[in-house]
Design a protein around this ligand. Structure first.
Ligand SMILES: NC(=O)c1ccc[n+]([C@@H]2O[C@H](COP(=O)([O-])OP(=O)(O)OC[C@H]3O[C@@H](n4cnc5c(N)ncnc54)[C@H](O)[C@@H]3O)[C@@H](O)[C@H]2O)c1
Length: 258
């Protein structure tokens, strides 16, 4: 008989920023593991979310899309209410929405600092708070924050981003500590460089510069694919992770191992 501990049948997951990239891959992977999935993103990425929702329905589970800008607290609370109304429950929240702005520390403006911290740290906190209120009533749940390998090492020209991801990793521990008594586990995943539309748009280096960087820093020898993060998310979302909480699971092709 197959091991049932990774089965998400009957659960509902909400994934933020799932119109493309890692969020879209995680949404599809959670659906393949059996979960019904609420995809969400800002309006301009909703067409991508709808496409993923159609692919998910082909897996035999339910899926819907929601316009959710994690900068808007009223929008967060409304979306969580709508997901519970539509699916009857909310078991898994994946805080994936995030932005990157590369700038030397000396040139960072207040606007850029606030945009990165608000999207990558404040937004996930208030999504977690809204989801936890529902999960407490249901007797438990799973929250997964998409942090970064840059939570534990420095990245040049990424002051606000690194601060946001390190903050999210320690926020994960605080929420884990406060909410384990409600049966809610809170964990983070720390991806290394992963080929997504957002990463490709931000990386303006030549092919030679990229190859030199990967050869010096990435034991895997290439960038990761979003699908290579799915197993980590399914595990952290699953019944088998009931005692795993407050953990930052680094999945980075060995970048931080050297
Ligand atoms: N790609 C990587 O190498 C990498 C590495 C480590 C961590 N991450 C993290 O993984 C997550 C996904 O990154 P990605 O590479 O897939 O990026 P991406 O830019 O391709 O996708 C990010 C998604 O988040 C959405 N988003 C942005 N701001 C939002 C907001 N205010 N409200 C709701 N949605 C919003 C975007 O519309 C987009 O669909 C991010 O948190 C990122 O920091 C990525």
């Amino acid at each position: 008989m197959p091991y049932a501990g990774l089965n998400l049948d009957g659960m509902t997951a909400l994934v933020t920023g799932s119109g493309r990239g890692i969020g879209s891959a995680l949404a599809f992977g959670l659906a393949q593991a059996g979960a019904n999935v609420a995809l969400s993103d800002v309006p301009e990425q909703l067409p991508g979310a709808r496409e993923t929702a159609e692919r998910i329905k082909g897996e035999g589970v339910d899926s819907r899309t929601y316009g959710l800008d994690v900068l808007d607290l009223a929008n967060i609370r409304r979306t969580v209410d709508e997901v519970v109304r539509d699916f009857g429950r909310l078991d898994i929240l994946v805080n994936n929405a995030g932005i990157r702005r590369r700038q030397p520390a000396l040139e960072v403006t207040e606007d850029n600092w606030d945009a990165v911290i608000d999207t990558n740290l404040k937004g996930p906190f208030f999504c977690a708070q809204a989801a936890a209120r529902v999960m407490i009533e249901q007797g438990g749940g799973r929250i997964i924050n998409i942090s970064s390998q840059l939570a534990i090492i420095a990245g040049e020209n990424r002051a606000a981003y690194c601060a946001s991801k390190a903050g999210l990793a320690n926020l994960t521990r605080v929420l884990a500590l406060e909410w384990i008594k409600y049966g809610i586990t809170v964990n983070a995943i720390g991806p290394g460089p992963t080929e997504t539309p957002g990463l490709l748009a931000a990386d303006t280096r030549s092919a030679a510069e990229l190859a030199a960087d990967l050869s010096a820093n990435m034991p895997l020898g290439r960038r990761m694919l979003p699908e290579e993060l799915v197993g980590a998310a399914v595990y952290l979302a699953s019944p088998s992770a009931s005692a795993t909480t407050g953990h930052l699971l680094i999945v980075d092709g060995g970048w931080t191992a050297i």
